[in-house]
Write a protein that binds this ligand. Structure first.
Ligand SMILES: *Cc1c(COP(=O)(O)O)cnc(C)c1O
Length: 357
């Protein structure tokens, strides 16, 4: 197989051991003589996987009592709607930090009043708003902890006087978090904890049951809590791969160890972006994401963008084209992205400067 350095934003690179275990289970799941996608989701063997997955979430993130971990379908995009439908009675606050936040706001509008508590829209979402005040009469306050497209990240768990809801699609498990500061955390697995097809939700149970509207069965968090995420057929294969991915996180020393390596990887790349005269970063320095590193050609080298794209492609770099709303480049360096890949990209930038700078 060809050697590539995979910087895709999602779906993205997964740990090799997780992929290998998944391939094995596709052929013969726990010596059942059947594939993991052929066994009943009510079988003992499958129930063990669900239980192991839940336990790993609880252990790795230190999830306290009173919270439930759910595995659902529909992606983070469905959670924009779930959150509002289950929690919004009168008014919710949102921090508008990018396209994903805007989509979350759009869905909530159908259920109640939405208040933009802070926004970075005026500077194309290149920073995290600060100094805002969260009103105390909100049903909840919603944040996007990592803005995948713009490469900005909220690096600390914020203090919030109302229920705090967080879209952590692209930085869950990348650093230790204090779960008790959040009422609900959700995300698509395909950025940092697995393949596409499963959505995780960490929810404090006592926030439910406060809205007066009818909530359809499948969209009601209570349904999935009562049935341990098995009200209907769960996305079995994505859950399996996610479990293997979390086992890998644990084997590497857990979230604290991930955080240490993530900081090192990000520093390597940002250091080169700041040093190399041909490139410049796009996000405000203090808000730079450890997960998605966004950069463009420096002004005097603007016409070299396509050249660098081709140059890096030749050297095995995959997925570094920036999102169309930002342009330039984006290297997504999630947990499973090896340090060697980051080093290879840094070398590639240095070589390009030598040839063209
Ligand atoms: C990718 C992404 C989403 C959308 O996730 P889907 O699972 O594709 O719906 C939402 N929020 C953030 C922060 C993302 O990075």
């Amino acid at each position: 197989m060809k050697t590539v350095h995979n910087f895709n934003a999602g779906p993205c690179v997964l740990p090799k051991p997780a992929l290998e275990a998944s391939i094995k289970a596709l052929k013969n799941f726990k010596e059942t003589g059947m594939s993991v996608i052929e066994v009943s989701h009510r079988s003992k063997e499958w129930e063990e996987v669900m239980e192991e997955c839940r336990s790993l979430w609880i252990e790795l993130l230190n999830i306290p009592k009173g919270y439930k971990v759910l595995f659902l379908g529909g992606g983070a995009s469905s959670q924009f709607l779930y959150v509002a439908m289950n929690l919004l009675e009168k008014k919710a606050g949102y921090l508008e930090t990018g396209v994903w936040a805007k989509k979350a706001i759009k869905e909530a509008k159908g259920f109640g009043e939405t208040l933009i508590v802070g926004s970075s829209a005026d500077k194309n979402f290149t920073f995290i708003p600060k100094g805002y005040t969260i009103p105390t009469d909100l049903d909840y306050f919603h944040i996007t902890t990592n803005n995948t497209i713009y490469g900005t990240e909220i690096h600390e768990d914020i203090d919030c006087p109302v229920n705090l809801v967080a879209d952590m699609s692209s930085d869950i498990m990348s650093r230790p978090i204090d779960i008790s500061k959040y009422a609900l955390i959700y995300g698509g697995a395909q950025k940092n904890v697995g393949p596409a097809g499963v959505t995780f939700v960490i929810i404090r149970e006592d926030i439910l049951g406060k809205v007066t509207r009818y909530i359809p069965t499948m969209l009601n968090y209570k349904t999935h809590i009562e049935k341990d995420s098995m009200f209907n057929t769960p996305p079995v294969f994505p859950v399996f791969v996610m479990t293997e991915t979390l086992k890998w996180v644990k084997s590497r020393g857990g979230v604290e160890a991930m955080y240490k390596v993530n900081k090192e990887k990000a520093e390597l790349l940002y250091k080169e972006i700041d040093r190399n005269k041909m490139f410049k970063g796009t996000a405000a320095k203090e808000d730079r994401s450890l997960m998605n590193v966004c950069f463009v050609m420096a002004d005097e080298y603007k016409e070299k963008e396509a050249d660098f794209m081709a140059f890096s492609k030749e050297r095995g770099m995959v997925g570094i084209k920036g999102h169309r709303s930002v342009g330039g480049f984006r290297a997504s360096i999630y947990n499973s992205c090896p340090t060697e890949s980051v080093k290879a990209l840094v070398e590639c930038m240095q070589e390009f400067e030598k040839h063209n700078g």
